[in-house]
Design a protein around this ligand. Structure first.
Ligand code: SAH
Length: 460
C-alpha cells in the first residue's frame, strides 16, 4: 500500500513534466498518484502544500524551490503566478519550444494513433512584446478608484498591472494614461455583479508601423459629448501613435467582451497592415492574428504546402478577413472563401480588392456552404482550412474530402482537434504528408500547426 497524501500537508516533489497550462506534473507514492503544481519546471525539486485532493489527482501550491531546474529562468513578469495569460514565463524559450513540439507529436500519436511527427518547430525570434492586440478589463478597487489589468487565472477577478511583457509596450503606456483620464473624468467602471457602471474594457490593436486603434468598450451609448472630447484631446496629445478612438457598446451581461455597435470618436475606424507583402484592412472587431512576424512564417509554409499553380481553383475555408487565400493567390487563380462572420466577410472582400485579387466570399457555416450550388459546381485543386479551436468535425471533414482536391492544407491552433480531424481525413482518403509546428503565442500554452494532406487517389 502506498502512502496517501493528506490535504494541507507539505511534501517534497520532483517535477517530471510540464502541461500546456504551465502546471508541473509530479508523481507520488508507488502508484504514481499525479500531483499538479503550478509555476514549476521540469526537473525542479520543490516543496508544495496539497491544496486540493481529488480521486485521481491532487493540486499542490509551490512553497519552496529546493533545487531549481536547469531550464528555470527568472520570469521578469511579477504577475506570472496570478495571471491566467502566460504558462511559460518561468522557463527558457528553448524548453518551452520542446514542450510544444512534444504536445503536437503526442496528440498525433495518443489521440490520433497516427504515424506522423512534425518535421520542424518554428520558434519565434522574440518571445516578448509580440502581441498586436490587448484587451484590458476595467474595475474599481475597494476605494472606488479605477484599476485596469488582467483577469486572475480561472476567474473574473481583475488585477491591476502596469505592464504585460508579451504585449506591445505602447499598449501599457496608453492603458495607464487612459485609466488616469477616465478616473479624472469621473467615469465609473462596469460591475459584473450589480450590472451597473460604464467602462468595461480598454481594447487596442496596432499594426507594424506602431499605429494604434483604441476602443473603449462601454455599458452605454455615449460617455457624454464633453467627456468624450476631453478623452480624445488628452490621449491624442499624449500618444501620437493613436490613429483612431472608438466606442463599442456592450450591454450584454455574459462573458463576451465586444458588443455589436461601434462608433468612431476620433480619427480612423480601421487599421491597415502589411502581411506577407499584401495589404490588409483590419476592422477593430475582425479576427486578425496577434503575432505578425510568426504569422508570416506560418503563411509562407502554408503557401509552400499549397503549391498553387496558375488556373487552380482554391477554397479558403474559415477564411476570416481573407488573409491566407489572398496571400497564397497568384494571378489567374480562382479563389473562393467561406466564413461565418458577416463583418469578416466584408473585410475579406475589401482586402481582395485592395490587393487586386479576384475572389468570391460566402458568408455561411463551412458545412452548409459546401452543400450549396455555389461550391458544389466547382472543382477545387487545393483546399485551405483554418478552423477555430474546436476543429472541423467529422461532417465537415467528409464534405471537404468529397470535393476531391489534390491537396488540403490544414492550419490548426489546437493539436488535439487537429489529430482527431486527421484520423477522419485518413478514412476519407487523405494522408498527412508533412506537418510543421509554428509558435504564434510564445509564453502561453498555445501554438499552431500546419499540415499538408494529399489525396491517396493521386497515387493510384
Ligand atoms: N484564416 C483566417 C481566420 C482563422 S480564425 C486567418 O488566418 O486570419 C477562424 C475563423 O473561422 C474565424 O474567422 C471564425 O469566424 C471562423 N468560423 C468559426 N466557425 C466557423 C464555421 N462553422 N464556418 C465558417 N467559419 C467559421
Amino acid at each position: 500500500m502506498s502512502e496517501k497524501l493528506i490535504k494541507n500537508n507539505s511534501y517534497t516533489f520532483t517535477i517530471e513534466s510540464l502541461c500546456g497550462n504551465g502546471n508541473g506534473v509530479a508523481k507520488y507514492g508507488e502508484n504514481g498518484f499525479v500531483v499538479f503544481i503550478p509555476c514549476t519546471a521540469k526537473d525542479d525539486i520543490v516543496k508544495a502544500k496539497i491544496i486540493k485532493l481529488a480521486k485521481n489527482y491532487a493540486v499542490g501550491k509551490l512553497e519552496e524551490i529546493i533545487t531549481p531546474s536547469p531550464s528555470r529562468i527568472s520570469s521578469g513578469c511579477p504577475h506570472m503566478a496570478q495571471c491566467g495569460g502566460c504558462s511559460f514565463q518561468h522557463i527558457s524559450y528553448e524548453a518551452e519550444c520542446e514542450i510544444k513540439k512534444n504536445m503536437i507529436n503526442d496528440s498525433f500519436s495518443h489521440i490520433g494513433g497516427l504515424d506522423l511527427e512534425i518535421s520542424g518547430f518554428v520558434g519565434a525570434d522574440s518571445s516578448s512584446r509580440y502581441r498586436n492586440k490587448a484587451m484590458y478589463p476595467v474595475a474599481e478597487d475597494k476605494n472606488g478608484k479605477l484599476i485596469s489589468g488582467f483577469y486572475a487565472a480561472m476567474s473574473h477577478r481583475i488585477k491591476e498591472h502596469e505592464d504585460c511583457l508579451i504585449g506591445a509596450e505602447i499598449f501599457s503606456k496608453i492603458k495607464n494614461s487612459a485609466v488616469e483620464i477616465l478616473e479624472n473624468l469621473g467615469i465609473s467602471a462596469y460591475n459584473e455583479e450589480t450590472k451597473k457602471g460604464i467602462i468595461r474594457c480598454i481594447y487596442m490593436r496596432k499594426n507594424t508601423k506602431n499605429e494604434v486603434l483604441l476602443t473603449f468598450i462601454v455599458n452605454a451609448d455615449t460617455l457624454g459629448e464633453t467627456k468624450e472630447k476631453a478623452l480624445c484631446d488628452t490621449l491624442t496629445k499624449k500618444h501620437s501613435e493613436i490613429k483612431g478612438i472608438l466606442i463599442n457598446t456592450n450591454r450584454k451581461e455574459g462573458n463576451s467582451l465586444l458588443g455589436n455597435s461601434w462608433r468612431t470618436l476620433w480619427g480612423d475606424e480601421y487599421l491597415y497592415d502589411t502581411l506577407c507583402e499584401r495589404k490588409f484592412r483590419i476592422a477593430p472587431g475582425a479576427f486578425y492574428q496577434v503575432n505578425h512576424d510568426q504569422t508570416q512564417k506560418l503563411y509562407y509554409i502554408a503557401k509552400e504546402f499549397a503549391d498553387i499553380k496558375e488556373g487552380d481553383t482554391v477554397f479558403d475555408l474559415y477564411c476570416g478577413t481573407g488573409t491566407i487565400g489572398i496571400i497564397l493567390a497568384e494571378k489567374g487563380i480562382k479563389l473562393v472563401g467561406v466564413e461565418i462572420s458577416k463583418d469578416a466577410v466584408k473585410d475579406a472582400s475589401e482586402n481582395a480588392k485592395l490587393n487586386g485579387i479576384d475572389a468570391e466570399f460566402i458568408c455561411l457555416d463551412t458545412g452548409e456552404a459546401l452543400n450549396t450550388e455555389r461550391l458544389l459546381n466547382k472543382k477545387p485543386d487545393v483546399i485551405i482550412i483554418d478552423p477555430p479551436r474546436k476543429g472541423c468535425g467529422d461532417d465537415a471533414v467528409e464534405k471537404i474530402s468529397s470535393f476531391g482536391a489534390n491537396r488540403i492544407v490544414y492550419i490548426s491552433c489546437n493539436p488535439q482537434t487537429l489529430a482527431r480531424d486527421l484520423v477522419k481525413f485518413k478514412s476519407c482518403g487523405y494522408e498527412a504528408e508533412k506537418a510543421v509546428g509554428v509558435d504564434l503565442f510564445p509564453r502561453t500554452g498555445h501554438c499552431e500547426c500546419v499540415v499538408k494532406l494529399t489525396s491517396n487517389k493521386n497515387n493510384i
